[in-house]
Design a protein around this ligand. Structure first.
Ligand code: TYM
Length: 327
């Protein structure tokens, strides 16, 4: 029996942060041993918001290097640069013809981006979830390792798959999200999630220990004398959430007790957390340097993956064109 297909992608908007790593890349790492995986840098999605064409290619390369550094293994999975597989945009257009505009206008991510860039409300932004559906369906992906913020997009993907299947015959599986324990990594800035577009909210995979300490030092806390249960939101809640993702239970529980007993020292918590984060990131940073020093190897990995991806993509497109009556 063929192995289940897995697909995920990350936009090329700068170096990966802990949210990307724990919410998406950790899921990719968990799945690459078992399934037939394609992991992408989705550059066609990246250009839906203002960007610099002069640096885009390097940003794409940076994500590829971060993928390899994190341990994605080209012997086990395919690495894709989305725009090099033109079937993505072809399928997206065909799928757009069966999906209502009103549903896309209602999506929270579209509304957020509209508010963030009021002078850049382009068709690509509205089209974003359709292209994302095409990304996964092109490979008939069944599992999608992404953070919880992507769930509305997964719902659109399933709706599109169902609609296509009912109109043109059974073709696509209905993809499910693969969740990790870090499916929602909180911001360091006190509220919301860790995000590249919010300064002070993130730690990147390339940060050294000093930078991690500096970023954590700026994270808001309280007087440390409130006691009782941990707060559910805000700076302290977020710090504890991060701590839980990086340290063993007994270390976490010690700080919870300190908090309850009104004797917590946030400087101590932040020092423990910084060390734990750096311990996880150091091997990634070393591996990244090895790939950076060997650009030819990275090029070969990409070429080999591209050939395999093109083959699968073209096979799906032939089926789609036939079923839609285009050939
Ligand atoms: P993007 O580039 O915004 O984010 C990449 C991945 O990182 C996850 N993520 C988080 N997870 C937990 N906590 C956080 N604070 C956090 N911040 C980001 C995201 O959930 C995502 O998994 N639409 C996608 C890109 C995409 C895609 C696809 C994904 C395009 N086509 C097909 C999967 C399949 C996006 O904007 O991700």
């Amino acid at each position: 029996m063929a192995r289940k297909r897995v697909y995920s992608g990350i936009r090329a908007t700068g170096r990966l942060h802990l949210g990307n790593y724990l919410g998406a890349v950790k899921g990719m790492l968990a799945l690459q041993d078992k399934y037939d995986c394609v992991f992408s840098v989705v550059d066609a999605h990246t250009i839906t918001v203002p960007y610099d064409p002069k640096t885009l290619r390097q940003s794409v390369r940076d994500i590829i290097l971060d993928y390899l550094a994190a341990g994605l293994d080209p012997k086990k999975c395919k690495l894709e640069i989305q725009s090099q597989i033109p079937q993505h945009t072809e399928l997206a257009y065909y799928l757009a013809t069966i999906y209502p505009v009103s549903r896309l206008e209602d999506l929270p991510t579209y509304k957020e981006k509209k508010a963030q860039y009021p002078k850049y409300v382009n068709m690509g932004l509205l089209y974003y979830p359709v292209l994302m559906a095409a990304d996964v369906l092109l490979y008939k992906g069944e599992l999608v390792p992404v953070g919880i913020d992507q769930e509305p997009h997964l719902e659109v993907m399933r709706e599109i798959a169902r609609k296509f299947n009912s109109m043109f015959g059974e073709t696509f599986p209905e993809p499910k999200r693969f969740a990790t324990s870090g499916q929602y990594v909180p911001s360091l800035a006190g509220g919301g999630k860790m995000s590249k577009s919010i300064e002070g909210s993130f730690i990147t995979l390339s940060d050294d220990l000093e930078t991690i300490k500096k970023r954590l030092a700026a994270a808001p806390t309280d007087s440390g004398t409130l006691g009782g249960n941990l707060p559910k939101e805000g700076g302290v809640a977020n710090l504890f959430m991060l701590l839980k993702l990086f340290v063993l239970d007994d270390v976490y529980n010690k700080f919870v007790h300190d908090y309850k007993d009104k004797k917590i020292r946030y400087s101590e918590l932040k020092a423990v957390l910084a060390d734990a984060i750096y311990k996880e990131l150091k091997p990634l940073q070393e591996r990244r340097r090895r790939f950076e020093q060997n650009p030819k190897l990275v090029d070969e990995i990409l070429e080999e993956s591209k050939a395999k991806c093109l083959k699968i993509a073209e096979s799906t497109m032939q089926e789609v064109r036939e079923k839609m009556g285009l050939v």
